[in-house]
Design a protein around this ligand. Structure first.
Ligand code: ATP
Ligand code: MG
Ligand code: FE
Length: 347
């Protein structure tokens, strides 16, 4: 089926078009530069930018894919989680398209879409698999038996405080790097020493593992970086930005990979999939590959451009809904800013 997917949960207006597992177009307009001077995404600004970008982005996607709207078999849209006003723009647009074209509408979960997108690059998802979702607002380990059903995505653990991407963004700010900080830390870390500073690995002590084996915590790490930078400044020393970035990034990636592989081992599952914006991180990708290979676990990570928010991921999950014969959503579909990861498809 030819599926058009719309993504507006945060600051990217994304429109993707797929045919089955084949990516035909992935048009993204971002308002990130409008938010940069505020150091974070401003909801009102994001909503207005989505409104302005929606129609041109749909047109650009159709042009790239070489299809007309009338050719589309189904429309998929992120209806949560995310910023309420931003989600509403995508949901209203998708409803109008589906209604106007007389085609089914699928309201899908943004987080499950971060997982499903991998099939556009590596083919049918391995199911069951362990999916590690690491993004700006979430960090979770999921057991996925059916990415297109509400029963098929089961959380094993998640962050008890900050998300991994949030930690990257906050630490980047401490180091005077621009927003969003993830890519800047990634770059700075390449010139730094990963063992220069011994930053804490959250929830990895024997005692913490008893209650939080598959959970994450990054706020202690963020505070440790803040203290370290302050101490540097007090002593009048220049902050060794590259070393701090590399040591911080190592602490995050070490814990993520350790727990993801432990989750796979505990379930006897040989496939690990990593998705979400932080999956674009070069060290996370490298470390996961390296350690998984030793354990005979296969790792799949989409290319960086498919890890951060885009419309193709929504189209990919929508195509899976169609292929697996799922019931379309109602045209009353609401936007749900706090949609749980277990609610993959809206009724
Ligand atoms: P969610 O998916 O939880 O709703 P979101 O949609 O805002 O959150 P994504 O677009 O999936 O988040 O991811 C954005 C996050 O990814 C930001 O925190 C950003 O800093 C981080 N990120 C992007 N590239 C990298 C990278 N190379 N290294 C580390 N983090 C990165
Ligand atoms: Mg973004
Ligand atoms: Fe996202």
């Amino acid at each position: 089926p030819l599926v058009l997917g719309i993504e507006t949960s945060c600051d990217e207006t994304g429109v993707g078009i797929v045919r089955g597992h084949t990516l035909l177009a992935d048009a993204v307009a971002s308002s990130v530069e409008e938010h940069a001077r505020f150091g974070g995404v401003v909801p009102e600004v994001a909503s207005r930018a989505h409104l302005e970008a929606m129609v041109p982005t749909i047109e650009r996607a159709c042009e790239t894919a070489g299809v007309r709207l009338a050719d589309i078999d189904a429309v998929a849209v992120t209806h949560g989680p995310g910023l309420a006003g931003a989600l509403l723009v995508g949901v209203a647009s998708a409803k109008a398209l589906a209604f106007g074209l007389g085609k089914p509408l699928y309201g899908v979960n943004h987080l499950a879409a971060h997982v499903a997108v991998d099939q556009l690059e590596h083919g049918a998802l391995p199911e069951p698999c362990i999916a590690m979702l690491v993004s700006g607002g979430h960090s979770s380990l999921l057991r996925v038996t059916d990415v297109a059903s509400n029963e098929g995505v089961v959380p094993m653990g998640s962050t008890i405080d900050d998300a991994a991407g949030e930690a990257f963004d906050k630490v980047a700010r401490l180091l005077g790097l621009p927003f969003p900080g993830g890519p800047h830390i990634d770059r700075a870390a390449r010139e730094g020493d990963t063992v220069a500073i011994d930053f804490p690995r959250g929830l990895t002590s024997r005692r913490d593992l008893e209650r939080h084996r598959f959970d994450f915590s990054f706020s202690g790490l963020k505070t440790a970086v803040a203290r370290w930078v302050e101490a540097c400044e007090r002593s009048g020393e220049p902050v060794p930005v590259n070393d701090v970035a590399a040591s911080f990034q190592e602490a995050v990636c070490d814990v993520l990979v350790r727990k993801a592989l432990d989750a796979a081992a505990s379930e006897g599952i040989d496939d690990l999939l990593i998705g979400g914006g932080v999956a674009a991180n070069s060290r996370l990708r490298g470390l996961a590959e390296e350690r998984a290979a030793k354990l005979g676990i296969r790792v799949r990570v989409p290319r960086p451009g498919l890890c951060t928010d885009n419309g193709a991921m929504v189209a990919a999950l929508g195509a899976e809904m169609v292929a697996r014969g799922r019931m379309p959503s109602s045209l009353d579909l609401p936007a749900d800013s706090s949609l749980p990861v277990t609610s993959v498809l809206a009724g």
